[in-house]
Design a protein around this ligand. Sequence first.
Ligand SMILES: Nc1ncnc2c1ncn2[C@@H]1O[C@H](COP(=O)(O)OP(=O)(O)OP(=O)(O)O)[C@@H](O)[C@H]1O
Ligand SMILES: [Mg+2]
Length: 365
Amino acid sequence: MNETYYPLKKVAAIFGGPELKEEITRLEESGVIPSQVKYRSGALYRKGFKESDLPLIGEKVGFFRKFSSPVSLCVFTTKGGVLKSTLALNLARTGALHGLKTCVVGLDIQGDVTTALGFDDGIEDSGDLNYILEKLNRTKGLSDVFSNSVRLNETIVSTDNENLFLIPETPELVALNDSLSNINRREFWLKEKVIDPLKQHFDLIIMDCSPNWNKLTTNALVACDALVSPLECKINNFRNFKVFSTFLEEFKAEMRMNFESIFVPTKYSLNRKLSQDILEWYRGNVEGCIAGAIRESVSGEEATAMNKSLIEHCPGKVVSDEMMSVLMEVHGRVEALIEQRDFESQNTDSYNYGTSTESQENVWR
Ligand SMILES: Nc1ncnc2c1ncn2[C@@H]1O[C@H](COP(=O)(O)OP(=O)(O)OP(=O)(O)O)[C@@H](O)[C@H]1O
Ligand SMILES: [Mg+2]
C-alpha cells in the first residue's frame, strides 16, 4: 500500500492552525517527533510527515488530549440523517489521531459507521463470492458475545489508523436487540459485558446508535459517560427534539442515571433565515447545547465517503474548522465531567462505577 505523506502546513492545519508550524518544527529538530521525509509528488520532490507519525504529533501539539480515565460516549438522537454517524466517525478518528486508543462500537443495523471506517472496503470489488462469504462468516459481532460463542476481544477489528478499532455492526444486531428484552438487568448488558471491559484497554469508546429508542440504544445510554446528540437546524427536528428531550429526562429519572447531555447543532444553512433562527433558539434554550455548529456542506459528505474525518479531509476549510471547534467543545465538556467524577470517586470509598476488575478481565478473556 502507498504511504500517505502530510506536509508541515497540512499537519499544522489538522491539529489547530498555521500557528502550530513553529512548535512542530521545534519538536522535529529536538527529535521528539520523527523527521519529515522526502517523497515524490508528481514530477516534484516534497517533504512531509508519514501518516503513521500523526498520532505522536497530535499528542504533543493537538487539541484533543487524553482524558484522565477512560471515557465512553453515546451518539444518539431519535432523528435520522442528522450527522450521528458523522459525529461518531469524527470523534473517533480525531481521538485516534491524537494518540488515544479508540474503539467504535457500532449499534445501528444500517452499519454506516462500520462502512465509514472502511471495514467493507473492497469486499464487493473483489468479485469473489467465496472470499466475500468467508469474510462475512468470519465477522463476529456483539450478538456472538451475548451467546457466549466468542470472547469480546475476538469481535474487535483494526482500521487504517493504528489507534483506532471497531466492533462492526452485523445483521444479528436485530436478534441481539430482541434478546436484550428478555434478560434480567436488560439495560445493563452492554455496560457490564462490553463497555466496562473495553475501558480496561481503550481511552475512548464511541457508540454509534440508530435513530430508534430500542434496547441497544437504552443499553448505550446506560453505558455512556456522556451523550452526544445532534440537533439538526431544520423545522422537523425542532419538533422532534421536544419529544426526544422529554423521553430522555423520563429515561434518566427512571434509570436514576445522570449522564451529561451534549447537544451539537448540525446541518445549519447560511442561506436560510429559518435555519439560522432555529440555531439561535437551540443555543439560547437547550441546556447542554454547545456554542459551535456544523453547517450543511458537500465536503462533509465527501469526507465520510472517503472514510476520513473532516480535519483530515479538508483541514483549514470553514466546515473543517467548525468541526474542530465542536470537537474541542465536546472534549472540554467531557474532560470537566471526568475530572469531577474522578474527584468524587477519590472522596467516596464506596463509589463503584462498574463491575469489578476481576469480572471485567474474565469477560475480556
Ligand atoms: N456537513 C454535512 N452537511 C451535509 N451532509 C453531511 C455533512 N456531513 C456528512 N454529511 C452526510 O449526511 C448524511 C447523513 O449523515 P449521517 O449518516 O452521519 O446521519 P445519521 O444521523 O447517522 O443518520 P442515520 O439516522 O440514518 O444513522 C451522510 O451521507 C453524510 O455523509
Ligand atoms: Mg447513523
